[in-house]
Design a protein around this ligand. Structure first.
Ligand code: ADP
Ligand code: MG
Length: 366
């Protein structure tokens, strides 16, 4: 059983707090992704779990055992870094075998483990090559293979795809998902890329400024973001944020006067707020409607349009006349720069946030 449990884990470098009381329970075999902007503390948290750094406070348990004071080699974890430094003078085979040779395992066992890992990663034909004769994606696979041969209870990945080009990242993302299914081991994966987080995770942990913002299944975070930060971070392009003032809450609907004057309705429980409170209405690009019957209709100038084929993104001047708003439309829908577009959104699909950021409970549908 390799559960990972963090309880009140903090880290400071000198006087600078980097992680603030992180508590988290990861189940055996679960794939958990830590996601957040650069500098939010993702790598630091992973290094604490790996035992490469000591926490300033709190407790870390792996498989039920308190490992807070245990060295990295005794934790049953293997970590793969963004910069996957392979030994340049060793063949792929010897790179894979390295940790087991160091541990003085018998040759038959080493050979079996190396060949099994190579099969899993489809790099068997490369075993005799040196790293310099490999592509970036192949090197990344060897780095993952070095972790697999050690048969750890927990895999730790720190932005393993960051050095690869966009197309390869897409393919490797799929391979990671497959690898997790195949190995069935607990996996903690760090990335700043919300697409990687959405596609790989059983559960996502969103971090910002060293504080856990929300933990949940990908679609839970998409449908019910706990605050404005998570709402803006999960989903691409990001959620449109429209500033306004709460006019009232009745019948399960909050009425909001948007900056610019329009009155809109959001199915959110704003009973905890007073009329006149500053709020933000959140509407995802994919939730705008252009049909004649749309509620919350607004008329906005189109600034430019990105036609991607299957879909197009229209960028419009926001209702406050200053900000910008992104609307997803079918690819062959002909909006063009200079048009005034009439569009709106369903109150049940919008989000509402208090001034400090927390979301009002949604009363709409998922
Ligand atoms: P992320 O991986 O999310 O980009 P990190 O965990 O690497 O972020 O870093 C979080 C913060 O801690 C950053 O502000 C970084 O500058 C700081 N930091 C990381 N390692 C050290 C260190 N060894 N000494 C001082 N500050 C550090
Ligand atoms: Mg990092």
């Amino acid at each position: 059983m390799a559960t990972v449990a963090l309880s009140g884990v903090s880290k400071r470098f000198g006087d600078t707090p980097v992680l603030d009381s992180v508590s988290l329970e990861i189940e055996d075999g679960e794939a958990v992704v830590f996601v957040g902007p650069s500098g939010c503390g993702k790598s630091t948290l992973l290094r604490l779990i790996a035992g490469l750094d000591d926490p300033s406070g709190g407790e870390i348990r792996i498989g039920g055992r308190d490992v807070t004071e245990v060295g990295p080699a005794e934790r049953g974890v293997a970590m793969v870094f963004q910069s996957y430094a392979l030994y340049p003078h060793l063949s792929v085979y010897e790179n894979l075998a390295f940790a087991l040779r160091l541990a003085k395992r018998p040759q038959a066992e080493i050979d079996q483990a190396v060949r099994a890992a190579a099969e899993t990663l489809a790099i068997t034909p490369l075993l005799d090559r040196k790293p310099k004769a490999l592509s970036g994606g192949q090197r990344q696979r060897v780095a993952i293979g070095r972790a697999i041969v050690r048969s750890p209870e927990v895999f730790l990945f720190d932005e393993p795809l960051s050095n690869l080009d966009a197309e390869l990242r897409g393919r490797m993302r799929y391979e990671f998902a497959r690898l997790h299914q195949q190995l069935g081991r607990t996996m903690i994966y760090v990335t700043h890329d919300q697409v990687e987080a959405m596609t790989l995770a059983d559960r996502i942990v969103v971090l910002a400024g060293g504080v856990v913002q929300q933990v949940g299944a990908p679609m839970e975070l998409y449908h019910r973001p706990a605050n404005r930060f998570v709402a803006g971070f999960i989903g691409s392009p990001g959620m449109n944020m429209l500033p306004g003032v709460l006019e009232g809450f009745a019948g399960g609907v909050a009425r909001v006067r948007l900056a610019g004057g329009a009155l809109v309705e959001v199915a959110a429980d704003a009973s905890a707020a007073v009329a006149g409170a500053p709020v933000t209405v959140g509407v995802r690009p994919e939730h705008w409607r252009r049909d004649a019957a749309t509620p919350n209709a607004l008329e906005l100038p189109v600034m430019f349009v990105e036609a991607l084929g299957g879909v197009a993104y229209a960028y419009l001047t926001a209702p406050d006349g200053e900000g910008q708003l992104v609307v997803q439309t079918p690819g062959d829908l002909t909006l063009k720069a200079g048009d005034r577009a009439r569009l709106g959104f369903d109150p049940a699909e919008a989000h509402l946030f208090a001034e400090a950021g927390p979301a009002f409970p949604r009363l709409g549908r998922d």
